[in-house]
Write a protein of this length. Sequence first.
Length: 256
Amino acid sequence: MQIHRLPALSDNYIFLLHDPIRHIAAVVDPAEANPVLQQLQTLQADLVAIFNTHHHGDHVGGNATLLKHFPNAIVHGGVEDRGRIPGQKVFLQAGDRVTFGDRVAEVLFVPGHTRAHIAYYFPPVETNEGDLFCGDTLFAGGCGRLFEGTPTQMIDSLGKLRSLPDQTRVWCAHEYTLKNLQFALSVDPQNQALQRRFAQVQAMRQQSEATIPSWLGEEKQTNPFLRWDQPNLQSRVKSADPVQTFARLRGMKDQF
């Protein structure tokens, strides 16, 4: 399975999954249709599936147009997003599996950003590298705002993602990394791994290079929203309670 990262809107990424042997493709969170249609034409591939993580317009905005061009494509989304995702035909729950080509992804229920958010995790097959399509739950260096969920839900969701292997590529849907790491340094300034990552990302963005995907192992070392149980961060927000630590960090980021 080849993965093509397509920039969209102002800071979104769409991910096109391509099986060159079968000449088929699937798309994760098509914010808009045109980048997808152009890539499909380049690849000479037939779109067979749309995998949505949640209902927000910058993740489903291309569904309707793509279905006009590929009416047999099957739209997948969370069961609790019923009625909110255009064209949805498959209603997924935690533990379900979806297939694309010769790869099978596990569906993770990860509410917090929205009440119905799901993620798709493709375990390793021929290499030791897995692929996680997590929408707006986990970002490189950050996490999504809590629009419909609670801190308790978000910690539980991020905990599910944190439990995946370090050698997992994190395909999140926005280029927010530099700003996220600026915040991370403000609350975790002595973290040497974070300092190195910030310098690297700063150089990449100066060259307009994408910072996605990131590695989950690196997120565990540098992303404050996966480190709510670290004493230095708990001290920073004056709480030993993991949920309260996370909630206070998220509140600080909202004002950053």
